[in-house]
Write a protein that binds this ligand. Sequence first.
Ligand SMILES: Cc1cc2nc3c(=O)[nH]c(=O)nc-3n(C[C@H](O)[C@H](O)[C@H](O)COP(=O)(O)OP(=O)(O)OC[C@H]3O[C@@H](n4cnc5c(N)ncnc54)[C@H](O)[C@@H]3O)c2cc1C
Length: 379
Amino acid sequence: MRKTEVIVVGAGIAGSMSALALVRQGHRVTLIDRWEPGHARASSTDYNRIIRSIHGRDEFYTQWARDSRLRWLELQEETRQKLYYECGSIILATVGHCDWEDATAETFTKMGVPFNRFAPHELPARFPQFEATNIAYGLYEPESGMIMAHRAVITTVQLFQSLGGRVERGSVTTDADERLLLAGKPLEADLIVVATGPWMGEMYPRTVKPISTVIGVNVLYTSTPEGSDQFDQSRMPCWIDHGEGSFGLPSVEGSGVKAAVVIPDKIDLDNDERLIKKAMLGRTRQYIKKRLPGLVGEKVVDSKFNQIIITPDTHFILDWHPAYDNVLLAGGCSGHLFKHGPVFGEFAAGVGTQQFGTPDRFKLGPRRKLSPKESPSGR
Ligand SMILES: Cc1cc2nc3c(=O)[nH]c(=O)nc-3n(C[C@H](O)[C@H](O)[C@H](O)COP(=O)(O)OP(=O)(O)OC[C@H]3O[C@@H](n4cnc5c(N)ncnc54)[C@H](O)[C@@H]3O)c2cc1C
């Protein structure tokens, strides 16, 4: 493809990685966001995100996560920024709730992804932080861990700029025909990638809203016991506890232990403050008491209230707008896009420059809810 004028709307991880991949291909790229890249309203905010290949029976995302891990390592090397901690991750399969975990173990075996399976009586010896009551087994993936999310967005945008990309502040809107406008005028370029994350539904009431829902998620950071490094990333993995509707990350760079009990909350994207709900404080403390008893009595030191946009099948969105053949919609987070950022961006750039098409799973068409065994996210 000849050198192309490209606009990417949205500087979260999806947009910044797409912009970086496009500028690396030699195109003239402008990245536009309503706020400063790295801002705290975006889904890509916060210290960290888990990267793991755990995706049930879904080989596609398992491979993407494996490839992304290498890309993150390369980006870390290229930029000399600490972006990835390989602290491992574990899924705690709860008794009577193991379909997704069983499917993941089968996929790992088939694809040669390294993992260990720990019986409940082995868990306390290996990871004494977790109370193993009601756990059927733990599936541990050593080649996984956490991405420093905020730093990763900033680093990606800075690298993009250093390669000639332009960053601009602006609010892109759509008219009744879902045509893109900036400051009331049509937004024009050879290619426009729209990566506005949870705002995509509002921008595209006909095209994206029917296949998406936005939910708020409350996250708490708890201090670690004085004098102990047991809850640091050097000693503790990230974890997913689907049976309890929870996940978390160990303390990193002094953050405290991050724990989220995912109870879908309402959120008004533009009008709500990003303050956690008081009720969630109690729910998270109950969870900590049950699963991480070593943290009982520790204090909440930080918190985040943020949002995800979810599609029914939890597959991302990467497809051309039905009415505009230069507008590529790129996002659909579904709670698991961050880790895939580098591969997602390269893929979006390849689709956007018509080097290849988009797979059915990313198409806008009707979506259906999947069973836990089929679902890439277990949701
Ligand atoms: C609590 C929580 C925990 C998570 N945990 C994980 C995890 O462990 N691992 C993982 O892989 N993923 C995780 N995710 C999901 C991941 O963070 C998201 O999938 C990802 O950040 C989505 O990025 P995005 O670029 O699509 O959206 P965003 O980061 O929201 O970026 C969209 C950008 O578009 C801009 N924008 C919006 N509208 C306009 C407009 N009209 N004009 C101009 N700019 C606009 C916004 O300002 C924003 O900067 C988690 C998400 C949350 C909330």
